[in-house]
Write a protein that binds this ligand. Structure first.
Ligand SMILES: Cc1cc2nc3c(=O)[nH]c(=O)nc-3n(C[C@H](O)[C@H](O)[C@H](O)COP(=O)(O)OP(=O)(O)OC[C@H]3O[C@@H](n4cnc5c(N)ncnc54)[C@H](O)[C@@H]3O)c2cc1C
Length: 221
């Protein structure tokens, strides 16, 4: 039986699920939606986009064969329909419909499904501290957040930077900020446990020593 599979979220889990389903049931229709414009990007590359080592956010979406994993790529190569800038606003389980809104135009529609995959990821945990929403405070979770930081740096709005949370991903952001902000500026990383970026391996992770060389200071506990 031909089914309609709808996948909400198009970064890591969403595309995997969509393409796998299409491979298993080629006769089915698979639709993937995401509220943002970039899909299927490597989140681990975001710090390198902040640093400028990756110049264009679209490079985060590039395959090893230099193809950009765009909606057209998913349609032509994978047979998956993709709607970007499309936000799921309501799930009507009784009628098996997802209500969506075009985040640019505000236009609304509904998409019916036989099976629904929710791959909407995670959001940074807010600290609940006074001042956390002030100008100059950024959460880094996706390329759009990184773009805002890059723009701030290029406008000369960043002198000193403080990074809260230095494990795994954030340590990459810290190194990147050090490189990008430039000489004469500082970055501090604050982290509660005794070890920043534990169990590091491979070329992505260099640990506190590298931070030191780049005028970074790590504060624990
Ligand atoms: C800076 C940074 C560095 C990282 N480095 C590494 C690393 O080195 N190694 C590693 O393994 N992992 C790393 N990660 C983590 C990795 O990126 C995530 O684990 C992975 O992206 C999770 O994928 P996901 O598909 O579950 O969710 P997400 O990547 O969060 O994608 C969810 C998508 O759903 C969309 N969405 C949410 N709500 C809706 C809605 N209502 N309607 C439509 N769309 C919606 C969001 O816009 C988003 O695009 C890093 C993450 C960050 C932020």
């Amino acid at each position: 039986m031909s089914q309609h599979i709808v996948v909400i979220g198009g970064v890591a889990l969403g595309p995997k699920a969509a393409c796998r389903f299409k491979r298993l049931e080629p006769g089915s229709t698979v639709t993937m939606i995401d509220q943002s414009s970039l899909i299927s990007y490597g989140g681990c590359g975001i710090p390198y986009y902040v640093s400028g080592d990756v110049s264009d956010a679209k490079e985060l979406c590039t395959t090893s064969f230099h193809m950009v994993r765009s909606p057209e790529f998913f349609k032509e190569i994978k047979g998956v329909d993709v709607r970007i800038l499309t936000k799921a606003t309501h799930i009507d389980r009784e009628n098996k419909e997802v209500h969506v809104e075009n985040v640019t135009t505000g236009e609304t529609a509904s998409i019916s499904y036989d099976k629904l995959v929710i791959a909407t990821g995670a959001a940074p945990r807010k600290l609940g501290l006074p001042g956390e929403d002030m100008q100059g405070v950024s959460y880094v979770c996706n390329p759009d957040d990184a773009t805002r930081i890059r723009e701030g740096i290029s406008k000369g709005e960043v002198g000193n930077a403080v990074i809260i949370g230095c494990r795994f991903y954030r340590s990459g952001n810290g190194r990147s900020l050090c490189r990008h902000v430039g000489r004469g500026n500082e970055r501090r990383g604050n982290h509660r446990p005794d070890h920043a970026a534990p169990r590091q391996s491979g070329s992505c992770h260099h640990g506190p020593k590298a931070h030191g060389r780049k005028r970074c200071e790590l504060l624990f506990r």
